[in-house]
Design a protein around this ligand. Structure first.
Ligand code: HEC
Ligand code: HEC
Length: 215
């Protein structure tokens, strides 16, 4: 009996320590996951999590943990398909996904100067962003993504500070159906309603918003 108790306590302790190790999201971020194929995130998303604009690698720093967790499982399931992230996400364990999501959410996000929604649009792209295009049933981007696209809550990711190439690629992915993970197809409808010029225009707009000086 005594030895069984000891064995139980021992394995509980082992599980605890094992979990504590697996749950260090920052280590997994810089060193990769426990299974083959789970490459270190740092290689593409950068040490600060700000991504690599020239390559179209998105920033992860400050993205809502719940959003990141779902994107990683959507890559794994194929609801969001991408040749780089799909095999990588499949190689992550659930515990690693949870820990990574918390780790990147805690990385400081770039501070974007917020443009009030009442600002007069200076061109058709700004009009689309700030007021939408109701004749085509496109709501203003900022009505869901927040002022200057800084993101709102767990569901609406930031657009500000993402590379233009990445933003345009996502709109293209919704247009051609390779990203179809959005529960109510809000973005599917919106992306399919945009012209190629509008896709490039809004991507440039959110990628080039002015950053606030750090306090
Ligand atoms: C070899 C480069 C590479 C590596 C390594 C990499 N990523 Fe990515 N990641 C990408 C690319 C490219 C995309 C954009 C995919 C797309 O267009 O859908 C992306 C997209 C993402 C997204 C979606 C972001 C959003 O705004 O929706 C998440 C989350 C993500 N990666 C997490 C990770 C994590 C966590 C790791 C480490 C386990 C990792 N990535 C490693 C290249 C990489
Ligand atoms: C009705 C709400 C709503 C409106 C309006 C809206 N979006 Fe979105 N958008 C979403 C949601 C929800 C997501 C996250 C989808 C998911 O969970 O995969 C998203 C995601 C995105 C993404 C992907 C971000 C990433 O990190 O991968 C881009 C790009 C985007 N939206 C662009 C736009 C643009 C441009 C407009 C305006 C023309 C716009 N959105 C208007 C709800 C909205």
């Amino acid at each position: 009996m005594k030895s069984l108790e000891r064995a139980l306590v021992g394995s509980a302790l082992w599980l605890l320590l094992g979990n504590a190790f697996a749950l260090d999201g920052n280590t997994t971020y810089t060193e990769g996951g426990s299974q083959p194929g789970a490459m270190p995130c740092v290689a593409c998303h950068g040490a600060d999590g700000l991504g690599l604009a020239a390559a179209g690698f998105p920033r992860l720093a400050g993205l809502p943990a719940q959003y990141v967790r779902r994107q990683l499982s959507d890559f794994a399931s194929g609801a969001r398909s991408n040749p780089v992230m799909q095999p990588l996400a499949k190689a992550l364990t659930d515990a690693e996904i949870a820990a990574l999501s918390e780790a990147v959410a805690a990385m400081p996000a770039p501070l974007t100067a917020r443009m009030p929604r009442s600002e007069m649009p200076a061109n058709p792209i700004q009009k689309l962003v700030l007021q939408g295009a109701w004749e085509r049933q496109i709501p203003a981007c900022v009505s869901c993504h927040g002022p200057s696209g800084v993101g709102v809550g767990d569901a609406f990711p930031p657009l500000a500070g993402q590379p233009a190439a990445y933003l345009a690629a996502q709109l293209g992915a919704w247009q051609n159906g390779t990203r179809r993970d959005d529960p109510n197809d809000l973005m599917g409808h919106i992306a399919k309603s945009l012209t190629p010029d509008e896709v490039q225009g809004v991507a440039q707009y959110f990628a080039s918003l002015p950053l606030e000086a750090k306090p």
